[in-house]
Ligand binder design. Sequence first.
Ligand SMILES: N[C@@H](CCC(=O)N[C@@H](CS)C(=O)NCC(=O)O)C(=O)O
Length: 241
Amino acid sequence: MTLALYHFGPVANSLTPLLCLLEKGLQFENRVLDSRKWEHHDPAFRAINPEGMVPVLLHDGRVVRESTAINEYLEDVFPEPPLRPADPWLRAEMRVLTKYVDEYFCPALTVIGAHGATPFASKIDKAEMAARLAMMPNEEVRRKWATVSESGYSDQELADARRRLGNCIARLEDMLTDGGPWLLGDEYSLADIKWYSMAPALPRVLPERCNPQATPAIAGWLDRMAARPAVQALPAYAPQR
Ligand SMILES: N[C@@H](CCC(=O)N[C@@H](CS)C(=O)NCC(=O)O)C(=O)O
């Protein structure tokens, strides 16, 4: 059996399957790609995912894409320890939560994260950047890089992304208040993993909205997540720069 994960390190969508693999104690080839060196544009990786996007899991020669789908796949193939509730209602709730991150939380955080790459991207030679953009088949990724290689996102776009992140904070605090230690109550699940792939950025991006006084339930959950051995193992999977 061979299992390999192609990823950008323990952050955002890459963190989702990385943490799942570590929670399950699975042995895998760690294929960390350095996005700042455009390693995801190398022909060897493009042969695996023509979209030039991570994360990608390779299991016995078969390519599995999309972080949320990868984790459900890992759960189906390697069910121990279980990270998906047995109860069908809780399982549906778990999928509502992972879907929210994919459709709402992640796109808002991407605007803020990509804007932070403006100093790096705007220094790239224009001809080189044009060649890079031409290599990006995914329109959203291409538009993102085109934006940050110019002046970055507008104040209005940044404010709108922060507004949406404020809604994510409110939803997370609400879910954790009066609940169990984890998002589904007593059962740690793929929902915690998915939210944790984005949530550590919240106190940094919106410190006035997300802090131990304003959002004590989030602060407690972040601490419980940080104490998990699998989370403590994550830094070893960062790109070596
Ligand atoms: N919905 C996809 C999103 C994947 C995605 O956006 N990946 C980003 C990194 S987090 C990427 O590969 N970007 C390529 C680039 O920015 O050039 C998933 O959850 O796996």
